[in-house]
Design a protein around this ligand. Sequence first.
Ligand SMILES: Nc1nc2c(c(=O)[nH]1)N[C@H]1C(S)=C(S)[C@@H](COP(=O)(O)OP(=O)(O)OC[C@H]3O[C@@H](n4cnc5c(=O)[nH]c(N)nc54)[C@H](O)[C@@H]3O)O[C@H]1N2
Ligand SMILES: Nc1nc2c(c(=O)[nH]1)N[C@H]1C(S)=C(S)[C@@H](COP(=O)(O)OP(=O)(O)OC[C@H]3O[C@@H](n4cnc5c(=O)[nH]c(N)nc54)[C@H](O)[C@@H]3O)O[C@H]1N2
Ligand code: SF4
Ligand SMILES: [Mo]
Length: 692
Amino acid sequence: MTKDIQWKETHCARMDHGGCSLLVGVQDNEIVQIKGNPEGYLNKGYTCFKGRVSADRLTHPDRLKHPLKRIGERGEGKWRRISWEEALGETAENLIRIKEKYGARAVGFGVGMPKGLEHFVQIRLANTFGSPNVIASQDVCHAPREVTGIHTCGFYPVADLHNPTELILLWASNPTSTNEEGQIASIFYEQLKKGAKLIVVDPRRIDFAGRADLWLQVRPGTSQALALGFINVIIEESLYAKDFVEKYTYGFEDLAQHVKAYTPEKVADITWVPADLIRKAARMYANAKPAALSWGNPIEHNINTFDTTRALICLMAICGNLEVPGGNCNAHDPKIMGLGPFVRADLVPNKYKEMISAHYKIIPRLMTVAPAYFRKAVLEGVPYPVRGYYGMCTNPLMTWADSKITYEAFQSLDFTAVAEIFMTPTAAMADIVFPVAHQYEMNDIGHYGIGHGIIVARPKIVDPPEECWPDIKIINELGKRISPPELWYDDFEKFLDDVVQPAGLTYQQFVEKGYLKGPDRFKLYEGNGFKTPTGKVELKLSTAEKFKLKPLPEFTDFPEADDPDFPLLLTSVKSQYFLHSSYRWVHKLREKRPHPRVEMHPETAAHYALSDGDEIAIETKYGKVVQNVHITDNVHPRVICAALGWWFPEGNPADQYEWRKSNFNMLTSIGKLGREFGTPNLKSLPCRIRKI
Ligand SMILES: Nc1nc2c(c(=O)[nH]1)N[C@H]1C(S)=C(S)[C@@H](COP(=O)(O)OP(=O)(O)OC[C@H]3O[C@@H](n4cnc5c(=O)[nH]c(N)nc54)[C@H](O)[C@@H]3O)O[C@H]1N2
Ligand SMILES: Nc1nc2c(c(=O)[nH]1)N[C@H]1C(S)=C(S)[C@@H](COP(=O)(O)OP(=O)(O)OC[C@H]3O[C@@H](n4cnc5c(=O)[nH]c(N)nc54)[C@H](O)[C@@H]3O)O[C@H]1N2
Ligand code: SF4
Ligand SMILES: [Mo]
């Protein structure tokens, strides 16, 4: 007899940044239904399709269920099942051998999009092993916003959508697909219902553009010019917050002088946004008190990301929107363990000087190594040899720019271990593959270290397959073998207790609460100033000379020069049905989007005589891929928008599942990088297309 459905509470994860509180129906150790929890702090009952089918990740017959050792060539798809003891032992032996020969820094510890607490336990592993090299996609994901924020105003300014706002300026973000920064789309709808105005800056007509008061269809890769145009209008028309600017900013006169060059007419030429619309939008933003600027990922997807994030923070500041309710705030953490002690940063005190990227004089405060620099170290030995890698929660062959170089780097490494839920093109190149327990199968904490002032409980709901271990357990056991064992726990779940211990809670007590949020604190600057060298918001950076940074944000050129041989501009968006390169193997998701599709305007399609569904080759200077045409007037006739992260789990294992065929990062290059973060151009790439 089957038992009644039991409903358990947890938070969604590993499908985007996560955050929806869920009610999960369980019968006989199997999840039978998932629905939104009306009490959820971030989502208030909302869920998306992929959240509702997320339990299908657990039951796929081809899921990895045993540790594997490669027996064929790298990427040939030949494996032998081994025991955990053997998998951990062999990994430890190899990493220690590399350490003995080249030093601890010759091993890179890889993480992907922060998915859960294991992200930080992995950083701890790098530290206990003694390696300064944590390899992360931060160069294209949030570090530019966070670190530029710290340099400009002393904190990472997050849109406060939990307090009433008069206007949301949604800049390069598509919450109905991505819930960027864990700000669930429902929270935007609520603000709009209560009368907030909306301006959308996006080259595509996203869902929210339909609801917006203004939509600025910006040319990809020109956001910093547009932001400087806004600032020009706001200063020229004297719409800025004079009292705040006078008391709390540094370098206003320099900025004012500097932006004179960015007239709406000039900016219109660069950005394709008509001058009148720039004026109108700038006035609307400046006159709304308060206004929240909710920014997205593409501002970090080109070599000019430092200028872009700087310009946007200057815009928030001169309109007096920093640290006010409904503006852009410093989200204070609840009483939880700080990241530094949790990852044992003290064990590698000279990390910033010793990490690979130190060689490239990156911006201070960026503590992970950009994938571009990691691969140069592997392939060229610059600034020193790097020969080993342990990665989890990441699929670099698909998600790092310049996939051909990624392939070469993974071919060249002496040893690679990967922890995964499913065999991927990257895992296929590993020497050892660890099978992991997944969301719903382990206790976890979400949003730790994300900078939004909240952590959410993700308690275990069902048991994992027998040999699938949570990443934290794998790291804990590996840690005991490759670093001083006393730095690790008998019971790996102690790491969960550690995080909430300062709040006087055990993990189980935290689960009862569901989430912990820090205090709302506004206008702390009135007493303390800003945490910058001048104590003010640095519109002009006082440390520019010392750190060799640009004092003022500027537009110098397009990320890549126009090229008549490549007449179209290529950009991309994240699919609402997948997370980057993940889950093409989940049938209910794949049914929604069976093929990689590239959006193009009807005029463009007509020009190339293309119809919906046609296979086309998309080519940049760097490579070529195949995707299927999807005709829509949501995009500009000169812009095409391709799909990311595509490989084919049903494809030939001996060919690493056709990882080249439709993979967007075959079209990108690491030949040109932004100096501050090591960011490559992922968007705004000149391209051409042809029918196959
Ligand atoms: N061209 C281009 N490149 C991009 C982007 C872009 O917009 N354009 N976006 C960039 C951004 S913002 C990011 S954050 C990165 C993301 O890059 P990645 O983090 O590398 O990509 P994902 O597909 O999110 O995750 C990779 C793997 O994690 C595995 N996984 C999921 N859950 C778990 C788990 O619990 N444990 C373990 N061990 N593995 C798990 C999945 O199966 C998947 O294979 O990509 C970046 N790359
Ligand atoms: N479903 C789903 N959700 C996700 C993810 C996922 O892969 N899938 N990834 C997660 C991660 S790690 C991240 S970082 C976030 C990212 O979340 P978002 O920032 O929302 O993601 P994107 O889809 O990269 O881009 C958002 C919007 O920017 C527009 N855009 C593209 N190029 C440009 C440009 O040059 N200028 C401007 N102004 N806009 C541009 C796109 O048209 C798109 O509508 O999403 C998270 N959530
Ligand atoms: S919006 Fe994100 S957190 Fe919410 S259900 Fe969907 S995938 Fe999960
Ligand atoms: Mo990201």
